[in-house]
Design a protein around this ligand. Sequence first.
Ligand code: C2E
Ligand code: CA
Ligand code: CA
Ligand code: CA
Length: 276
Amino acid sequence: AKQRGRNSFQFYTKDINSQTYRQLILENQLVKALAREEFEVHYQPQVDVISGQVVGAEALVRWRHPEKGLQPPANFIAIAEETGIIEGLGAWVLQKVCQDIRQLTRDGYRIPRISINLSARQFRQSDLVEQCRNTIRSAGIAPAYIELELTESTIMKDIDIAVGMLRQLNALGVRLAIDDFGTGYSSLNNLKHFPIDTLKIDKSFVRDIPGDRDDEAIVTAIVALAKSLELEVVAEGVETREQLGFLKRLGCEIVQGYFFSRPLPFEGFREYLKGK
Ligand code: C2E
Ligand code: CA
Ligand code: CA
Ligand code: CA
């Protein structure tokens, strides 16, 4: 039997392409990582360029791999999404963020909100609203501390279901943001019916401003749109003084990027807030 076991293993490695095989291993490791609590949430400050105050932060997950060190989401989020692990991981992230908010407010820090990325699969979870309500309630924080970031493609997959879900989440009292705005497709007509609070300008549009005429035009249009719909607008990926200056002149007041800070572990984020 041992012999056959070995043969069937060889059969596996030869016949299933190594890409699939690597994915299977990764999937298995992710399940274990979740059970062992190897994930961390890092926080990237969002700064109001007029007042200089931290008005929020984005929660970004990392995997502290026991051998390979800190892994960025690019190395595991897609697999987590495909396999459904994202549901458990997303629930963990939400819980961790709620606890961290609780901790910060206890320590006397005023951080108006923390944004959490929600994947398409989580958004389609039938118990998402219930899960958010329960997690927020058991942490004892106000729902308005939480902002959920959704991409246009997540919302547009099934617009009727999406609008229903957005309304329920809005009724719960959490804030809603459209992430990577401009990279996907959402009609302006739909946008006006979504109960959202924030548009986030993707860093791909920020990278080459000022200078790239097309990107300048896109960013200008998004900021104007946000203003006319009375939405908050946040520019991500701000790395330089020039980018910041351009955004400021447009009236884009909230920015996030390496110019102010990289995403920080909880303790580092707390230190950052202390310095403000
Ligand atoms: P995103 O939502 O577009 O997040 C912004 C990404 O830009 C983050 O990458 C952030 O570290 C990076 N960034 C911030 N400022 C700058 C800058 O000035 N320059 C440059 N070049 N990059 C900057 P990160 O942390 O690697 O996350 C990548 C993506 O993974 C996120 O993109 C988001 O889609 C996803 N993600 C992260 N955390 C979670 C999570 O908890 N759940 C889910 N479902 N997805 C997540
Ligand atoms: Ca995001
Ligand atoms: Ca709202
Ligand atoms: Ca982005």
